[in-house]
Write a protein that binds this ligand. Sequence first.
Ligand code: BGC
Length: 796
Amino acid sequence: MMNDWRMRFTGYDPLDERRREALCTVGNGYFATRGAWAGSVAGDHHSPGTYLAGYYNRLTDEVDGRTVQNESLVNLPDWLPLTVAVNDGPWLTPDNSDVLEHTEELDLRRGVLTRSFRLRDADGRVVAGVERRFASMADPHLAGQSLTVTAENWTGQLRLATTISGEIRNSGVERYRKLSGDHLTDIETNLQGETLLVAATTRQSRSKIAVASRTVAGSNDKWRGSRSAKSVSSELVVTVSPGRAVTVEKVAAIYGSRDAGISEPVTAALTALDAAPGFDELLDAHVLAWSQLWRRFDVDVTEPADGMQAAVRLNLFHLLQSVSPHCANIDAGVPARGLHGEAYRGHIFWDELFVFPVLTLRAPALTRALLLYRHRRLPAARRAAREAGFRGAMYPWQSGSDGREESQRLHLNPLSGRWTEDATFRQRHVGLAVAYTMWQYVETTGDREFLADHGAEVIIEVARFFASLARYDKARDRYVIRGVVGPDEFHTGYPDRPAEGIDNNAYTNVMAAWLLGIAARALEALPVWRRSELTEALGLQPQELNHWDDLTRRMFVPFHDDGVISQFEGYGDLAELDWPHYRDRYGDIRRMDRILEAEGHDVTSYQVSKQADVLMLLYLLPRQELHDVMHRLGYPLSADIIRRTVDYYLTRTCHGSSLSAIVHAWGLTSLAPDQALSFLHEAVHSDLGDAVQTSTTAEGIHLAAMAGSVDLIQRCFTGLSVSRDVLRFRPRWPSGLGVLRMPLWYREYRLTVEVSAAGLVVSVDQGSGRGVTVRCYGHTRLLRPGETGTWPAPGS
Ligand code: BGC
């Protein structure tokens, strides 16, 4: 259940608990802790987890006689356990007692998770409790937790325990459980007064992590500590009578050896804990930090029904818990599943493509910090290109600590139990996304310094890679790119050429042509001195630039006979799937690859796409820009071709990725506004509405879908874009969405934007300077600080 600022789960459903844990995660961009019952043990119903951005570790396994290595975001010692027991009874949990009441409520405005419960033990004694927790948005190393328990109908001894548990491993994803998950070694425990400490080192990456806590009850509490090899606990016994409430408060500190500005994590954690205020004061600072974040990030949509507002806030909330201004000080990228679970092992794909537009228009420094994650891994990308026989930089499809390729080569199909070859690493298009986001950041912010210091180098090296990947095909007198995988991961090869990639993925080829043009523009945009520095350092020769120019004119793009853009060469020759049959038989057909494999068929034989692929072009390139790129390539596009291309893929896509709905909505806004709106609804609710039984949200949120759905509202339906230093709007605002109000940061100005079916209103905050040039419905105005401009919708 949701209202605008709260999400609430009522009742206890062990089968849904893991999904709720992900959705009730508290985090601050530095670390996040899943919303697990405090003291739960990992198993089928619980996956407690705390993850620190950028802390990975690599383990090795033998699978089917092959050695496989996987790098994973590490589950850290659990700081949460705060447990209660009656007399000598067991520690009460909803799994070993009668659950009379149970609610989990996430306060999005304040970033606080509250769990209220009433549990009855085997002898009928009822314990009521309220537990609150937060990951401080004010100080990213601190967390707060409080528990108030009341004995309802009994007198006796209430036992309370506070623990930091090192008895953890990565086990949050069932299909990975056959592989090793013990990432921590050299676990040390310590106990001094009310302070508990567990320190550990990641086995292979040798990062040290320290988790410390301080728990207090009343002034006379007598805690009794105990230690085991991996955990440390303290226990308090209080005599209680009916109605008597006992409150304990815990403050935790987390540091790791990759942190800046510390000598080593144990000292840092203990020092921070020592200086940390009590729960209430810590909470006040945390709430203030969130209120400031919300002032930047809130997107207010007054859509009357369907919980749109609530879902938008939930999505923004989890976005900011995964990447926040605290990321500016750490070396971390944008993990596809947030810091909310172990799916995809915490890896970084191309999902930032969907995330940055929301960040850049509100906290550009944050995008910049996250882009640097990629720049730091440029040397690794260069090495990868060289080893594969190419020039420039080849970014990995899945990236972790050091920028090497982390994609798995074997994939377990949970439906069939079989391991199959995984060739998704051939998604070379990830480099296009990296370069695209750098250019888009510069266009939106005008941050030429970033372009000069970091962006241009990446853009040029990626362009160079694609220029060397493209081979001249004499018969066509065009350049072709063979053996890649496009965004649609179902097609990793042809039926008779499995796992070797497909040829001429339209998305890859067109975006490569686009990038080769942009690389030249990026170079031109640099100050002369920097241009010559880079040209020298990268050994750029005029013939190379000429070759790029040639590629922007002669890259091959496949089409079907009727003019529809072909997803790749040969896609149109594949068999058509019997969609009604599969829909009837399976209901949920999002993972057609797994269904077909379990049936003994091969998804690569069919015209079925996991997610939008060709349509990504409409998502990334403004229509005019797409027309220009295609025109230059000698493939003029008409509105009719676009319409038929959209229709074609709409009926052949099963949306096996949560990104798909976003891209389809984007492609459909002008063509079929109602359908676009229903994709928006789907995207906005993709995690919240994830089916309990088949939930993948349990293993982590889908960050790109969360951010991308907000981006649909802020950019797609408003037509917001930035080019040539003009902020442009082209609203196609569905009247059913009511009124949108949101703050935006553009250049140094804070703007308030209001969009509705009636038109657009933009106000610029008071201040100094020239102001902002805004264009809408064909009218351009310079808005000076303090001014408001109104653009009524034509005909309204
Ligand atoms: C999608 C990718 C995406 C990844 C991580 C996959 O299912 O196909 O496009 O990057 O999930 O979100």
